[in-house]
Design a protein around this ligand. Structure first.
Ligand code: 3PY
Length: 289
């Protein structure tokens, strides 16, 4: 765009100029997992993030190798990886606070960290888990802190950040962290216990908006704890610009508080043909001047 760009076009251009990373667990889902990095590259992206979508906490090396090859062959950088969160299609939202599934999370820590390290990924997201009926909340939260401490130390071992996020109550009513305040309190607890200062808040603007939070206030209040940002528009969780959120203002606000990290595209493809038509192709690569 030349210097004749109008002020409005300049504002539009600036918010689009981010370090985008496309979430391959919610986009390109029409393809098998190992084909998605190449599809992301064909769509113009060079960075991607993933939920844990391999088979169980300790998948065979053949699957881990195939996933690594899929990223390296496509020339796509893995920028974020979720730890095993259980069967998400069945409603699981994490294992680490649930006594009966805690060991599954622990079994996955070294595998997920090893996979991340082998691909140069320095960001690992640990979903907290849905509340377990009949188990004292204190017991669940103490277990979560213990497991997040283990994960933070493992992440630190590869120079990575551990992320903690809030989900939205309408879609995940039993999840243990349903506000930015709750998530940041856990972030601060983990950092206080470990002394590593490598745990950060995953600021998912979609989830927080669905919880009715004032997103500008969240950005301003927790700017120093934000380790990653994810976007989808509300209420339908489709592409930015398809719903009610003011992304030009929100992303400019994040720029304004000094956030320079990746912005994860964690939204569902809607009825439109191309879920990326809103983002000019020359702005889809993550490398920024
Ligand atoms: O389950 C979700 O909606 C997530 O954002 C997982 O990271």
């Amino acid at each position: 765009m030349g210097d004749r760009m109008t002020a409005a076009a300049q504002k539009q251009h600036n918010w689009l100029d981010q370090r985008w990373t496309v979430n391959l667990s919610i986009l390109f889902t029409e393809l098998p997992l190992f084909e998605r990095p190449a599809a992301a590259a064909a769509a113009g992206f060079d960075a991607a993030e993933l939920w844990w979508t391999l088979d169980g906490p300790t998948p065979p090396d053949s699957d881990l190798d195939a996933l690594r090859r899929a990223f390296t062959d496509a020339g796509v950088q893995l920028t974020g990886l979720n730890f095993d969160a259980g069967n998400m299609a069945a409603g699981s939202k994490g294992l680490l606070s649930r006594p009966a599934e805690s060991q599954q999370f622990r079994d996955n820590i070294a595998v997920a960290v090893g996979l991340a390290d082998s691909l140069g990924c320095r960001s690992l997201n640990a979903l907290y888990g849905n509340r377990v009926e009949g188990v004292d909340l204190k017991v669940q939260d103490e277990l979560a802190l213990e497991n997040l401490t283990l994960a933070a130390h493992a992440a630190h071992g590869i120079g990575a950040t551990l992320l903690v996020e809030a989900l939205n109550a309408p879609e995940a009513p039993l999840y243990g962290l349903l506000s930015s305040k709750d998530a940041v309190a856990v972030v601060d607890q983990v950092n206080a216990v470990t002394g590593l200062d490598n745990t950060r808040f995953l600021c998912d603007l979609y989830h927080l908006a669905r919880n009715g939070e004032d997103l500008v206030s969240v950005i301003d209040t927790y700017a120093d704890r934000i380790g990653h940002v994810q976007v989808a528009d509300a209420p339908a969780r489709n592409f930015p610009g398809s719903g009610e959120l003011d992304f030009p203002s929100l992303l400019s606000r994040l720029d304004g508080v000094g956030y320079t990290g990746y912005v994860g595209l964690e939204y569902k493809a809607g009825p439109e043909q191309d879920p990326f038509a809103w983002l000019p192709r020359d702005l889809r690569t993550s490398a920024r001047a």
